[in-house]
Design a protein around this ligand. Sequence first.
Ligand code: XIL
Length: 438
Amino acid sequence: MGTPELGILNRREFARRAASLGIAVGLPVPGFASPSSKKKPLPPSAAPMPSIGGADSLRAHAEGVGLHFGFAVVPELLDMEGARTQSTNDPYTRAVIAQADILVAENAMKWSSLRPTSTTFDFTQADKLFDFAALCGQLVRGHNLCWHEQLPSWFAKTATRENAQALLTQHIQIVAGRYAGRVQSWDAVNEAVHIPDGRADGLRKSPWLDLIGPEYVEMAFATAALADPQAKLTYNDYDIELDTPEQTAKRGQVLMLVRRLHARGVPIGAVGIQSHLQATGPAPGAGLIGFVRELAGMGIEVYVTEMDVNTHLLPGASEAQDAAVAEVYRNYLALVLPEPNVKAVLTWGISDAHTWLNESSQPWAVRADGSRQRPLPLDEGYQPKAAFYAIRTAFDAARQPVAIGDITKSPSPDGKATADPFAPFAVPGSPSVEPKPR
Ligand code: XIL
């Protein structure tokens, strides 16, 4: 739903209007200096604020090379009225307007948010996100329709082998149906592979697997395709970026899952690589690119869906952390963006003021010195950090090829180079040779 004055703008038109307003609205928010805003003369010693809005935004630089850029947002925090009247002074809302051309709800579209009871839905925050995105000419990713986490508290008491299939398919019909035609891509299934669970097919022993069986994956995709034929249906997962033995094995099983789905005609259009990376490494490499190219061979797009850089193991002051975080963004984007099927980059938040890494007390989030993490492009005061500039520069160079080494020599569990580096992961039902297009 748009507003009478703006309606649903296309992205170019929105960017044009936003730029003419001195993105977003020419108010004196630090970091949003604009050439078109009326400036007081600076005192001779003061350096001008770097411009990061309008043509200088991450959004504009991504669009310039045909990429989408955006991030996870918390709809509750968005100043909808201020955005509507183009007068918001809220730095979070301004950053969302200025920097993103695609939004994803950090939590608002998960089962735990949408399903207060087994028979009701609460779409308040999800609707707000779609309204905001329409107003600002932004795309929306749906996250997610089927996951083993953030299920509502009633789920364990209510779901049984008898009703689980109906619960899953009805949820997908109602949620994906409600937003049909307005979703760029839906995470139909999130994080379904977990090698430590020891199954030959690599699937996680999740409530969905226990209650429905392995066919729940296909069921989720097929139901979503009927409910929203336009959205790219995505399989999204984490810890598939590195060339460590664990992540190589998991990436292999994810590829086998995708091959099985694809061979059976299941409408999988994209794979999301979450990209929660560690500042302390190791760096991703040839294995990831081999995977991305396997997906390209099946006509499947790739999105970097949840990127952030975790410094819980990195000692040092904020300057050292910022440099290390920027370096990870720079190297990662330089690695993946030359691949033509990589179409979108989303970070898991935009400012260090709102990141799950500062909201969690898990050992993988907490720094030894007790200081807060700085994993995102803007700092807690919404000022650009080195990571912001690293991402922007990486977008400008996005489609330039880089030397990555021989992908057929990427590590496989038996250590042997093979024409199909994923062959060792094949399980019954996984075609190791790409099927002919039907
Ligand atoms: C996280 C959110 O950021 C947190 O606020 C929430 O408490 C837990 O979930 N992989 C995913 C995301 O697919 O949905 C997770 O988001 C981060 C890991």
